[in-house]
Write a protein of this length. Structure first.
Length: 305
């Protein structure tokens, strides 16, 4: 692609943010209005879901949806924000004292610092079924077939579950203080970080009624940018300040296996670039032409936080 054709990804992300935030606000208000959700849980959920972040997963979902011919609407942002609800819960739990024990996230106190450990644990757990309901209802409201709507919710739960994010986190926690090899590290991060990112693309494609080939291509793209994203995350943890990151770098302190520890900075950067190339090749072979997806793949490794 020539420089003239490349999309200004910063402008794209800036445009996408308001409708994502609006959808998240709708989702949180609906949770606050539920008679079965205690006020203190709703407050912790609001803290975890609405305090900033790049909103990359919902933006990827909407971008996949539009790349497959779907039209932007409040409804697709409602669907996409189910991914961010799972991501928010994962950060709320990841920051707990029994996991990474972090006090700062996105430049603000973590949810358990603001709302307490017990409430945050319950609020995070409550977000899992709430996200599944959000995905199912949003897909139905988008007039997806019933089978497709259920598939969308099921893909989200599979990505979040033991075969995906939870399983990856479990391996990561067990691995503190151990040195993983490249295959183990890739397998861990395909689940911990990659599964939800890949599901963001796949869910967008499925909801838009994409063909099997296009769906598979977007899933492959999602898997590749998922690994690239984690490598970039390790590089940022090793090189950026807490002020820039909005959180305290913690990999070294927690004695985690990382791409930087395993390969060094230069080789880690080369591997991230190779995953971006793999992502772009997956789009090309599925004949998905999207300047936005091209630019987002590059953003994943070039981002500053
Ligand atoms: C009970 C074992 C067990 C697990 C619970 C806590 C948990 C589930 C999973 C943790 C998953 C996790 C924290 C993965 C890290 C993903 C990652 C690199 C997050 C940073 O994402 P960004 O940069 O963050 O998109 P923003 O702030 O922009 O949203």
């Amino acid at each position: 692609m020539s420089a003239e054709e490349a999309l200004d990804v910063t402008a794209y992300l800036r445009e996408e943010l308001p409708p994502v935030e609006a959808a998240l606000e709708r989702a949180v208000i609906a949770i606050e209005e539920r008679p079965d959700v205690a006020e203190e849980l709703a407050q912790a959920i609001r803290h975890g879901v609405t305090t900033g972040g790049k909103r990359l997963r919902p933006i990827l979902c909407v971008t996949a949806y539009t790349a497959c011919g779907g039209l932007r609407s409040d409804g697709v942002y409602d669907l996409a924000c189910a991914l961010e609800m799972i991501h928010a819960y994962s950060l709320m739990h990841d920051d707990l004292p029994c996991m990474d024990d972090a006090e700062l996230r996105r430049g603000r106190p973590t949810t358990h610092i603001a709302h307490g450990e017990a409430v945050t644990t319950r609020a995070g757990a409550a977000l899992i079924p709430l996200a599944a309901i959000q995905a199912l209802r949003a897909a139905r409201a988008l007039r997806c077939e019933e089978e497709t709507s259920r598939l969308v919710a099921s893909l989200l739960m599979q990505a979040a579950g033991a075969g995906g994010m939870v399983g990856g986190q479990w391996v990561d926690l067990l691995g503190e203080g151990q040195a993983f090899g490249p295959d183990e590290l890739n397998a861990l991060h395909r689940r911990k970080t990659g599964a939800l990112l890949a599901a963001s693309l796949e869910i967008g494609a499925v909801a838009a009624g994409a063909t099997e080939d296009v769906r598979a291509g977007l899933l492959e793209y999602g898997r590749a940018i998922g690994l690239a994203f984690q490598i970039a995350d390790d590089i940022l943890d090793a090189t950026a300040s807490a002020e820039v990151l909005g959180k305290n770098p913690s990999d070294e302190e927690l004695d985690k296996s990382t791409y930087v520890a395993l390969f060094g900075l230069d080789e880690a950067r080369r591997r991230a670039e190779a995953e971006v190339a793999r992502a772009l090749a997956a789009l090309e072979s599925a004949r998905v032409s999207s300047l936005e997806l091209d630019a987002l793949a590059r953003f994943v490794v070039e981002r500053g936080s």
